[in-house]
Design a protein around this ligand. Sequence first.
Ligand code: FES
Ligand SMILES: [Fe+2]
Length: 378
Amino acid sequence: MDRSTEIELIEELLGLHAQKAPFLDEQWTREPLERYSSPEIFAREREHIAATLPQIAAHSSALPAPDSYVTTEIAGRSILLTRDREGSAHAFLNVCRHRGATLVRGQKGCQLRFSCPYHGWTYSNTGDLVGVPHQKTGFPDLDRAALGLVAVPCQEYAGWIWLSLDTNCDIDIKAHLGALAGDMLAMRADEHQIFASDVRDINANWKILVEGGLEAYHFRVAHADSIAGLFPDNLSSYRCYGRHIRSILPRNTINSQADMPQDQWRIRDHANILYSLFPGSQFLVQSDHFIWIRGIPLGPDRTRLELTTLVPTTQNTEARRDYWRKNHEFTLLTLDEDFQFAEEIQSGLASGANAHLNFGRFEGALARFNRYVDDAIA
Ligand code: FES
Ligand SMILES: [Fe+2]
């Protein structure tokens, strides 16, 4: 964020803290339960959000060198990411053009060509069909150029590999991020390395998991055994940028800024900054590292989360190893507290106890996020 925004946000939080007042929306709202459980709504979200909008598929370091590759899954499709000899990233549907077998079964590696495990059709890492066993007899007039791998629009930007499954659109991540593009560049993901990554399959709708990060109302109670003591009760603020949200979750030490000259204010030292990039990635930025939370919706009541701690490359040293390890484990411990609530909310939906879920005026970011979902699937 630019310096004037940083100062404006700190001033806002100091003001709220002094008044002991939370950041409030106009009204509290209610969300119908079906948005978290309906297969029909989930199908629309998959079609119009997960399979349409640009999203992050991997950190750039997942393709560390020319000829490296990695596979991932988006909207139920297996995706093959490659880096070619010149260093450019590519994305393809990981499906053979002969009879549709999965082309690459492995997760990652380094190779120039990919041979289908079924009949051996072979593709280059730029997607060209370069080998067809018995082509002359079996496929006499086959046009190899028409049967390359199906390319998925892909762009490397700000240290991340982004793609969109909408093959009709030109991908433009700077435009997609809008006013948050500067924040994403300032995060300097390209100067960070993945320290550790864990995967959780959670029995909850993906939106419940996003919502869990958008308010500080639950900190004092839900995180009583972990982070509650570090944060003032129920104090956070947020701003929306297109469909993306930047939330500020100040720590108790935010108060120290009031006694310091403004030119020494630094928000990252006194607040967690949470970027919720619509639709699937959240970044929890802390003073010296950040966490990438990637949500992959698997079904109306099931979501895969990848939880990755990224640390500055210059500090990813043996001497700091224990420190980063403790940070990563503490993050997981805290998030696991959230995930337990998410699973309980999901299982409570069918109980008949509630017709709606209720979002208070200090939970306004949750309502905004849900309106962006509505807007995207309308
Ligand atoms: S399905 Fe891939 S070569 Fe036959
Ligand atoms: Fe939480």
